[in-house]
Design a protein around this ligand. Structure first.
Ligand SMILES: CC(C)(COP(=O)(O)OP(=O)(O)OC[C@H]1O[C@@H](n2cnc3c(N)ncnc32)[C@H](O)[C@@H]1OP(=O)(O)O)[C@@H](O)C(=O)NCCC(=O)NCCS
Length: 177
């Protein structure tokens, strides 16, 4: 295990790739461990990832590896938006193994996932989470775009192309897991 903190960066041995079938158990365990002690956890994040996969709604699923061990994971899935905008996606769940948090692995996963989404032709992406974290990736909140009764600042979006969508956003049914 590499524990040397390199100015907040992942180690040079951290690499990303798309999930493979043999990663599924490790992703589930990692997701449970990452969210275990977070106050905003629903406790269902691992089940959500599994439900999205089962519904072929894991548009992007990336793992971060160090010494062939999975230390991070990020999922993206389609969302629907009241104004009818197409090719919009939701970021999350995103998980980094507790002992590897704060080393830039989340940043690697988010930046790479967003770049892939954009390259695949997505128009934009939404995220539900701490605004202090996600604004650094270009997410901003828009009072015209809402998710349930979540306060506006906790629900953010990044537009890749096209007009900013408006109205209520619905995540994939896998999030009801
Ligand atoms: C959130 C998470 C994915 C971030 O990954 P990470 O590899 O730890 O984050 P990074 O190293 O890329 O970024 C670290 C920076 O983000 C900040 N940060 C990390 N998690 C944060 C959070 N939940 N809210 C606000 N800031 C956060 C750190 O303070 C640090 O700030 P700094 O760069 O100014 O020092 C990871 O901490 C995690 O798995 N947390 C538990 C699960 C979770 O909350 N997932 C997100 C749900 S919205």
């Amino acid at each position: 295990m590499i524990r040397n903190r390199q100015h907040g960066r992942p180690t040079s041995l951290t690499r990303l790739r798309a999930e493979m079938p043999e990663d599924i158990d490790a992703i589930s365990k990692l997701t449970t461990a990452a969210f275990e002690n977070t106050e905003h956890s629903s406790g269902t994040e691992a089940a959500i990832v599994d439900a999205l996969r089962a519904a072929s709604a894991l548009t992007i699923s990336l793992v971060a590896l160090e010494n062939e061990e999975i230390v991070g994971h990020i999922a993206f899935s389609p969302v629907t938006i009241e104004s009818g905008a197409e090719a919009w996606y939701g970021l999350g769940p995103v998980s980094v193994r507790p002992d590897r948090q704060g080393y830039g692995i989340g940043k690697m996963l988010i930046e790479s996932g967003l770049a892939q989404l954009k390259q695949n032709g997505a128009n934009g992406c939404v995220v539900l989470g701490d605004p202090g974290y996600y604004t650094r990736f270009g997410f901003t909140s828009d009072p015209a775009l809402r998710y349930a009764d979540v306060p506006a600042e906790y629900f953010q979006r990044i537009v890749f192309k096209g007009p900013p969508p408006t109205g209520a956003v619905a995540y994939h049914a896998g999030f009801d897991a």
